[in-house]
Design a protein around this ligand. Structure first.
Ligand code: CTP
Length: 397
């Protein structure tokens, strides 16, 4: 959803300014165009050259003596969204009071687009009634406040006031830009690799990190859906994502089948074991007993169960393939899917554990669409947009 969107990244002077460089990179990875404005004091923490090197454009630090006689209004008109990260107590005070003596507060004051604010300051400053008043004012003026959170602060202190991580700011920006293509929908997502017990301490597992499923869940939630994420791994925190933690294929099947009934969309991104030990040992298997004989039995096919539901959700599967997509097309048909996302796990940058993915979208009719190598977050967003479009076109309500 950020692809092609204009983001003004406004940096004010706190130690979290170094994270603004990382935020710029994440925004660019998501396909956004980024222009930075930096207060003078922010440059004690992050060099303008670093920001220029990342965004490819010199950040603007001054209101005057620029090629553009009115950089703040030009930028405010160019922006689809402005993000102030970090927002210090002083910058928030200026914004709340309509002051505009520096490039950041002037650009914000000139803006008519959504503004996302990521506060960062010491706990005492955050908790001060003046700051809390300013936060309330900014909220009432329609600003999106994201964070702060608790953690390490400047000078070795620990407490509330730490800027949230760049990923959370990207999520807030997407939300502020308002893709509501799934508003009112209920979406079930599975993520992670299942673990099938051999004995109380050992299991059969796989290399899935759950990153792709998490990205899909976030994208669906950002698009307005109420998401149930059935997962074996750490889940993202999002107000619209309900998490059900599971471990085995059987537990995942029970949770998915229960929640997918009546849902609008199910995206099954988990790497589910196809076989499990038929009789997991009750006690720990001992080395002295020699190599155990582990008999396997099939696990339930979760997709097939959802596909067979009466009034089933729009159903999307993932397939880790190696080599051609022909097998994926056959799989989409065989499994009764609406859409299959195939990825070649043998390719560099794709598959298990990576931050990126190169996928091909496959329909049961045999249409295929290869997407370029993208961050998993971007694959998630595009996939959600694609699902919303296709489900609407199919006339399902
Ligand atoms: N899947 C499932 N239940 C299983 C196994 C897989 O729902 N017991 C889902 C996965 O979440 C994924 C899709 O099925 O969305 C494809 O997984 P894959 O392992 O490629 O499918 P298999 O049927 O196991 O195919 P193969 O013949 O390649 O083993």
């Amino acid at each position: 959803m950020l692809a092609g969107r204009h983001v003004v990244l406004a940096v004010s002077g706190g130690v979290a300014a170094f994270k603004a460089a990382y935020l710029a990179r994440r925004l660019l990875e998501a396909g956004a165009e980024v222009r930075a404005v930096m207060t003078h004091s922010s440059q004690n923490f992050l060099g303008a050259q670093s920001m220029a090197a990342i965004t490819g454009i010199e950040p603007i630090s001054d209101l005057f003596h620029q090629a553009d006689v009115s950089p703040h209004t030009s930028l405010a008109r160019w922006a689809d969204v402005i993000v102030v990260a970090p927002a210090t107590a002083a910058t928030m005070a200026r914004m709340a009071n309509g002051l505009s003596e520096d490039i950041v507060s002037a650009t914000v004051l000139a803006a008519t687009c959504p503004v996302v604010v990521a506060p960062a300051m010491h706990t005492e400053m955050w908790e001060h009634p003046a700051t809390q008043r300013n936060v309330e004012t900014l909220r009432a003026d329609g600003y999106v406040i994201v964070g702060p959170t608790s953690g390490a602060l400047a000078g070795g202190d620990v407490g509330e006031g730490r800027m949230v991580e760049p990923e959370d700011i990207v999520t807030a920006i997407s939300g502020a830009l308002g893709d509501r293509s799934m508003a009112g929908w209920r979406v079930v997502v599975s993520a992670g690799g299942t673990r099938e017990a051999i004995d109380p301490v050992r299991y059969i597992g796989n290399r899935s990190s759950g990153k792709m499923g998490n990205a899909v869940a976030i994208a669906a939630a950002d698009a307005g859906a109420a998401v149930t994420l059935v997962t074996t791994v750490a889940a993202p925190k999002h107000p619209s994502i309900e998490v059900i933690e599971v471990e085995s294929a059987q537990e995942m099947a029970d949770a998915v089948w229960k929640t997918a009934a009546g849902a609008d969309v199910a995206v099954l991104a988990a790497a589910v074991a196809d076989f499990r030990p038929a009789d997991p040992a009750v006690g720990k298997l001992r080395r002295a007993e020699g190599p155990p004989q582990v008999n396997l039995e099939p696990t339930p096919d979760i997709l097939a169960g959802v596909s067979a539901m009466e009034d089933r959700p729009y159903l999307v599967g993932f397939a880790a393939e190696v080599g051609s997509v022909d097998a994926a097309v056959a799989k989409a048909t065989r499994k009764g899917l609406d859409l299959l996302v195939a990825n070649d796990v043998a390719r560099p940058g794709s598959g298990f554990g990576t931050e990126t993915n190169e996928v091909t979208i496959v329909t049961p009719g045999g249409d295929t669409e290869a997407w370029e190598l993208l961050s998993k977050a971007e694959v998630g967003r595009r996939l959600i947009a694609e699902i919303a479009k296709r489900r609407n076109e199919a006339g399902r309500t």
